[in-house]
Design a protein around this ligand. Structure first.
Ligand code: ATP
Length: 466
């Protein structure tokens, strides 16, 4: 009871629908194939969503690759040799427990049924669990089958012959691309342990019960980093990654009160894992994984070495030892991260009797950094000045022009999509060659010479990064 009360932080937004409708209305995220009624668990990022998600990926790359000497990037193929997924254990055991309703034949993931959310991993493997807990179909109340394992990998065929020999998989994680390239990367970049390989890219999982908008999709992206270490350093280095990953989310604006670490219980650990801790976020639908940090031991490289015959040992010239490195992994995704930043930045406040909605996004994440707005669109000189300023800003920043409403409405539109600054050009600007910079969060305004506007915006962005 006490533990629950401590964990019961209110979500930033009570109703998920608030974010879903804003996302669709303003062009962040649309259902895929919308005109055909959509396709379950695939979402398309619109003009603002693609900017936000790209900014999230850039922010991750900056923290994980650009600012570090010990991590390099990789972009491996989505399609890989099918043996990779046998060696990794995915063909044998990358599965979720599926139960089927005997009357309407709907299928559910066992641990997402009402009343089964807190099952232990041992419970999930128990074939009598459905009877033991008296679980029934949440839709029509019908009886449910015993759980069976359902493999989550998508299969397809490579080449012109569709037979068993041509079966390959769409990768369900990016990590394996880093393991099979361990030697290539280590030798070509001449890295010494400890060092890491970072990757961002699409992964595919045939999730049994996708949902909660972009939280669980069948096609999604991952941002994963595999850090190769000496075995005796793994436990310490694992602990070092925890605050780094926590700080990344809080630096970009997530309230610490809505984050927590959750360690996997021994019976919940994946077959390869020595230790696993999730960074969880308090979504409107509960505490859920945002990112996993895993000590994977030597499982990955020793399995690939055994099955491929390639030597994946590392030679340490200092100690003259040959050994298989252990791996500490940080495994997150830009979809869940972007979703979290959207939710956590959402603000509603009363301003002079009206509700002002804004996204207090970190400037590095905001789709547009600045909007250029004319106070009077009927004055061609003002519009021309705006366009000159816009063109200059666009050399360095995502900037946008809008003159399709009165200024109050233009501000509200930009607030709602998280644009940190609006620059307004008015009649006086023609005389004093200055414009007004209005701040999204404080709503304060500052008059700045037009030629100094870009510098002022870039300075404010740099200040937000500090
Ligand atoms: P879950 O328990 O939520 O299914 P997982 O433990 O299987 O997640 P990992 O295999 O550790 O997740 O994947 C790493 C990260 O990839 C997750 O933390 C998440 O950010 C992202 N991810 C995984 N599956 C999905 C999905 N179906 N849709 C969107 N993002 C996902």
């Amino acid at each position: 009871m006490t533990a629950k009360a401590v964990d019961d932080v209110a979500p930033a937004v009570p109703e998920l629908e608030t974010i879903v409708s804003l996302a669709k209305r303003r062009g962040f995220v649309y259902p895929s194939s919308d005109i055909y009624g959509g396709i379950n668990a695939v979402w398309d990022y619109g003009p603002l969503g693609v900017e936000l998600k790209n900014n999230v990926k850039r922010a991750w790359w900056k923290a994980m690759v650009q600012e570090r000497d010990d991590i390099v990037g990789l972009d491996a193929g989505i399609l890989m040799h099918p043996q990779v997924w046998i060696t990794s254990g995915h063909v044998g055991s990358f599965s979720d427990p599926l139960v089927e309703c005997q009357t309407d034949h709907r299928r559910f993931r066992l641990d997402e049924l009402p009343g089964a959310e807190n099952l232990t991993a041992t419970d999930i493997r128990d074939p009598t669990i459905v009877q033991r807990l008296g679980l029934t179909c949440p839709v029509d109340g019908g009886p449910l089958s015993a759980p069976r394992r359902f493999n989550l990998m998508f299969k397809t065929f490579m080449g012109p012959v569709e037979d068993d020999a041509a079966v390959i998989y769409l990768r369900p994680e990016t990590a394996q691309g880093s393991y099979v390239n361990f030697k290539n990367v280590q030798q070509s970049s001449r890295k010494k342990l400890p060092f890491g390989i970072a990757q961002i890219g699409k992964s595919f999982r045939n999730e049994i019960s996708p949902g909660n908008f972009v939280f669980r999709m069948r096609e999604f992206e991952q941002m994963e980093m595999q850090y190769f270490v000496r075995p005796d350093d793994a436990a310490r280095i694992f602990e070092e990654w925890l605050p780094r990953r926590w700080d990344w989310y809080t630096h970009y604006g997530v309230a610490p009160a809505r984050l927590r670490f959750r360690e996997h219980a021994p019976d919940e650990l994946a077959h390869y894992a020595k230790k696993a801790i999730d960074v969880e976020y308090r979504f409107p639908f509960g505490w859920k994984e945002l990112e996993g940090i895993h000590n994977r031991g030597d499982f990955d490289l020793s399995r690939h070495q055994a099955e491929s015959g390639a030597n994946l040992e590392y030679f340490d010239p200092a100690t003259e030892e040959h050994f298989i490195p252990w791996i500490v992994e940080t495994a997150g995704g830009p979809d869940r991260a972007a979703f979290t930043f959207l939710i956590d930045s959402y603000r509603e406040e009363d301003v002079r009797g009206e509700t002002r909605v804004s996204l207090a996004l970190h400037p590095d994440l905001a789709p547009y950094k600045v909007a250029v707005l004319p106070l009077l669109k009927k004055r061609p000189e003002i519009v021309e000045l705006c366009h000159r300023l816009l063109k200059d800003l666009k050399q360095d920043l995502m900037a946008v022009y809008d003159d399709t409403a009165a200024i109050g409405k233009l501000y509200r539109r930009q607030d709602e999509i998280g644009t940190p600054w609006c620059v307004t050009v008015d009649v006086d600007s023609l005389e004093d060659l200055a414009a007004t910079i209005r701040d999204r969060d404080s709503m304060t305004q500052e008059r700045v010479p037009i030629e100094g506007v870009k510098r002022a915006i870039l300075d404010r962005m740099a200040a937000a990064r500090a």
